[in-house]
Design a protein around this ligand. Structure first.
Ligand code: UDP
Length: 506
C-alpha cells in the first residue's frame, strides 16, 4: 500500500463506470448527488462516452457543483474493435465482447497516471463491478473501493439463491426443462418468485472466452468494502439484509438516483443527446389528456428482430390510444428493415397524431415524468424499472435478458404495479434471430388494455404505483432512508481514511 505523506482536507470520490448506458447514467447521477454534498467527484470515461455526457457535466459545473469528467483513450484500434465502438450499445456482435473487455482493461494505466499527476488524492473509488482493475488502483492508493453494478438487492438475492440451490442440487438443475417454472428458495415473505432456466441472468449468449475476465472480476469483488445500490430500503424490504449476509459485505441503498435531476433540462438531456425533433415530443405530450399516453421503450441494448418490433408497433396501433414508441437506429440490416416496413405501411400517417415514433435516443426521464403518460411498456432494465416507479405509473413488462425477468416479478407480483406482456424466455444478445417472434400484437393489445382500463384491478394498480412514487421521493429527501445511507457511506470513507492517518473533513 502506498504511503500517503500529506494531510488531505478535501474528499475526492473517483467513479469508474462500465461503458454501457444502463451503468453510466446512474453513475453520473451518483456523482451529482455526492457533489451536492460538496464532495469533489472525478468520473473517468472514454472520448465518445464523454461527448454523450458532456452537456450534463457542463450544466452541473455551471451550478458550481464539483464534478470533473476525465477522458482516457479507448484503444479500439489496438484490440481490433471498429472505430468509435466505445459503448456496449454499439458493439456490432457479442463475439467482440472479449476485445471490448481488453480495451477496457487498457484504461487502467491512463486512469492511474492521471490520478497520480492530478490532485487532490483520491479518497475512494466507486467502480462498476466489471471494471476489476480499479481494485489494483485502490490497493496502490490505500483507499476503499465500492462496487456498483446497477441492480436491485431483490434481484441480487434472488440470483444468489438460485445459484446456491443449483450448486447444492446439480441433478435437479439438469433435470429441469428450459421453460419449466421453479420457485426461487429463500426469498422473504411477499417477495417470492418463480423463474425458469431460460430466464436466468445473463445478457449475452454463452461466451466461454471470457472466463479469465470473470475470474478477475470475482477476485476483485472479494476485496471491495461494500456495494452501492440504486434502490431504497422501503422497496427492498428484507432483501438488503439478506444479501448483505450472503456476501458478507455492507450495502448502501442510496436511490432512486434519477430523482437528483430536478429540472426539466436535466431530465431531457440525460445519457445521450436527443435530437431537436425528439424534444418536440414534450410539446406533443402537452396536447394530450393526463395519463392517456402509453410510452414504449425496450432500453438501450434492444436488438429484437424487425418482425418482433412490428408486432409491438401493430399492438400499440390496435390499442387506439396515444403512444410514444422508441425505435433504435443503428443503421444495421434489422433497423433498415423496420424502417422499410414503417415507410411501406405508412405507419406514421396511419396512426396520425396518435403515435409519436422516436428514432434513436429518447429523453426517457422527461417523458416518464410528463403528466400525460399513463403507462410504461418496459424491458425491465433496473434503471427503467425504477424510473417507472418514481413516475407513479403502472408498467407493461417485456423482459429481454439479464436480471430483467426478476425485475418483472418484482413489478408484477411483489409490488403489484405491472402486467406481463407474456414473455417466457430470454432473448440474449446474439440469439435474436434464432428466437424470432415471442409476442404477438394481440398480446401487446391485451396488456395495454389491462393496464389502461383494467377496472377495479387497474385502479388498485394505479394507486399502488402512486404510493411507491411517494415512498421513493421520501427516501431521498432530508431524513429519508437513502439520504441517511448516503451520509453513512461518506462517513464510512472518512473513518476508513482516518484509520490510515489521512485527516478528512466533509
Ligand atoms: N434511456 C433513455 N433513452 C433511451 C433508452 C434508454 O434515456 O432511448 C435510459 C433509461 O432512462 C435508463 C437507461 O437508459 O436510464 C437504460 O438503463 P436500463 O437499466 O433500463 O436498461 P439497459 O439499457 O441497460 O438495458
Amino acid at each position: 500500500m502506498e504511503a500517503v505523506s500529506r494531510l488531505n482536507k478535501q474528499l475526492h470520490f473517483v467513479l469508474v463506470p462500465l461503458l454501457a448506458q444502463g451503468h453510466m447514467i446512474p453513475i453520473f447521477d451518483i456523482a451529482r448527488m455526492l457533489s451536492q454534498r460538496g464532495i469533489l467527484t472525478t468520473i473517468y470515461t472514454t472520448p465518445m462516452n464523454a461527448s454523450r455526457f458532456g452537456p450534463t457535466v457542463a450544466r452541473t459545473s455551471e451550478l458550481g457543483l464539483p464534478i470533473r469528467l476525465v477522458e482516457v483513450p479507448f484503444r479500439s484500434d489496438v484490440v481490433g474493435l471498429p472505430h468509435g465502438c466505445e459503448n456496449l450499445d454499439s458493439l456490432p456482435s457479442p463475439d467482440l465482447l472479449r476485445k471490448f473487455h481488453c480495451a477496457l482493461e487498457k484504461m487502467q494505466e491512463p486512469v492511474e497516471a492521471h490520478l497520480r499527476q492530478n490532485g487532490p488524492p483520491p479518497s475512494c473509488i466507486i467502480s462498476d463491478r466489471a471494471v476489476f482493475w480499479t481494485a489494483d488502483i485502490a490497493r496502490k492508493f490505500g483507499i476503499p473501493r465500492f462496487l456498483f453494478n446497477g441492480m436491485s438487492c431483490f434481484s441480487r438475492v434472488a440470483s444468489h439463491n438460485v445459484d446456491q440451490h443449483f450448486r447444492s442440487d446439480p441433478e435437479y438443475y439438469l433435470k429441469l426443462g428450459a421453460t419449466e417454472p421453479f420457485e426461487v428458495s429463500g426469498m422473504p415473505k411477499g417477495r417470492g418468485l418463480k423463474l425458469n432456466k431460460s430466464q436466468l441472468p445473463s445478457t449475452f449468449k454463452a461466451q466461454p472466452n471470457l472466463d479469465d475476465f470473470r475470474m478477475k472480476v470475482r477476485e476483485a469483488e472479494k476485496a471491495a468494502h461494500g456495494l452501492i445500490i440504486n434502490s431504497f430500503d422501503e422497496l427492498e424490504d428484507e432483501c438488503t439484509r439478506l444479501y448483505e449476509n450472503a456476501i458478507g459485505q455492507k450495502i448502501w441503498c442510496i436511490g432512486p438516483v434519477p430523482l437528483c435531476n430536478k429540472n426539466t433540462l436535466d431530465r431531457l438531456d440525460r445519457g445521450n443527446k436527443a435530437s431537436e425533433e425528439v424534444k418536440r415530443c414534450t410539446e406533443w405530450l402537452d396536447a394530450k389528456e393526463p395519463r392517456t399516453v402509453v410510452y414504449a421503450c425496450l432500453g438501450s441494448m434492444c436488438r429484437l428482430v424487425p418482425a418482433q418490433l412490428i408486432e409491438l408497433g401493430k399492438g400499440l396501433e390496435a390499442s387506439n390510444r396515444p403512444f410514444i414508441w422508441v425505435v433504435k437506429t443503428r443503421g444495421d440490416e434489422g433497423t433498415l428493415e423496420l424502417e422499410k416496413w414503417l415507410r411501406e405501411e405508412r405507419f406514421e400517417e396511419r396512426t396520425g397524431g396518435r403515435g409519436f415514433i422516436i428514432r434513436g435516443w429518447a429523453p426517457q426521464l422527461a417523458i416518464l415524468s410528463h403528466r400525460s403518460v399513463g403507462a410504461f411498456l418496459t424491458h425491465c432494465g433496473w434503471n427503467s424499472t425504477l424510473e417507472g416507479l418514481i413516475s407513479g405509473i403502472p408498467m407493461i413488462t417485456w423482459p429481454l435478458f439479464c436480471e430483467q425477468f426478476i425485475n418483472e416479478a418484482m413489478v408484477v407480483d411483489a409490488l403489484e404495479v405491472g402486467v406481463r406482456v407474456g414473455v417466457e424466455i430470454a432473448v440474449k444478445f446474439g440469439d435474436e434471430t434464432k428466437v424470432g417472434v415471442l409476442v404477438k400484437d394481440r398480446e401487446v393489445l391485451r396488456a395495454v388494455e389491462e393496464v389502461m382500463s383494467g377496472g377495479e384491478e387497474g385502479v388498485k394498480r394505479r394507486m399502488k404505483a402512486v404510493e411507491y412514487a411517494a415512498k421513493a421521493r421520501k427516501a431521498v429527501e432530508l431524513g429519508g432512508s437513502s439520504h441517511r445511507n448516503l451520509s453513512d457511506l461518506i462517513q464510512y470513507v472518512v473513518r476508513a481514511l482516518s484509520l490510515h492517518g489521512k485527516d478528512m473533513k466533509v
